[in-house]
Design a protein around this ligand. Structure first.
Ligand SMILES: [Zn+2]
Length: 195
């Protein structure tokens, strides 16, 4: 861990970590606690670990009320979770679109399978939740063998729409900065997704 990274403390479990690894909350002008996913909103921030448990603890123990003082809107944990998931979803979507623009996106089952077996395998594979079981197993197996990060998100229609196609059941992102970023956001999504 670099010493130059600003450190913050989780208001729930008191873990100290790099600010960027934590989840930031601010008090909106309307007196409502909001998730500041990109850590760019003005005002004082409170932080928790990036998971579902610490925000829940913080709500339960009134840490936000103590820290912000002037919360005038109801503070609902489900609302905070919803905000977090939406922010992550948008971020993931944005990165996939950036990868496409940069020519680093491989789309479609056969193309992805070929690339997985080829000399320059991708870093990240995203399969939709409604991919056929047969294809899922094929891709999963091939990716695992090469220790490539592989996860399931979106459905065929929404992934297709994102890419301006009718349906897409799998995409892969070539090695690079975007793929690395996407992998870390997908890992975060795993921590906060509904089961
Ligand atoms: Zn914590």
């Amino acid at each position: 861990m670099s010493v130059s990274q600003p450190q913050r403390t989780c208001v729930a479990c008191r873990t100290v970590a790099d600010k960027k690894q934590l989840l930031r909350f601010v008090l909106a002008p309307e007196g409502q606690v909001v998730v500041d996913y990109r850590q760019q909103l003005p005002g004082r921030g409170l932080y928790t670990c990036f998971n579902l448990q610490c925000p829940a603890q913080a709500v339960k123990r009134k840490s936000f009320h103590r820290g912000f003082g002037a919360i005038t809107q109801p503070l609902e944990l489900s609302e905070l979770h919803g905000q977090l998931r939406r922010a992550l979803f948008q971020r993931i979507k944005g990165l996939i679109l950036m990868a496409r623009k940069a020519g680093q996106l491989i789309a479609g089952s056969n193309m992805v399978l070929d690339t997985l077996k080829g000399p320059a395998p991708p870093t990240v594979v995203v399969m939709t939740t409604d991919i056929t079981e047969n294809m899922k197993q094929k891709i999963d197996r091939t990716a695992k063998r090469q220790q490539i990060f592989c996860t399931q998100l979106f459905d065929k229609v929404s992934l297709g729409q994102m890419l301006g196609k009718q349906e897409r059941s799998v995409v892969a992102i070539q090695d690079g900065e975007l793929a690395t970023l996407l992998k870390s956001e997908l890992n975060r999504y795993e921590l906060v997704r509904e089961n």
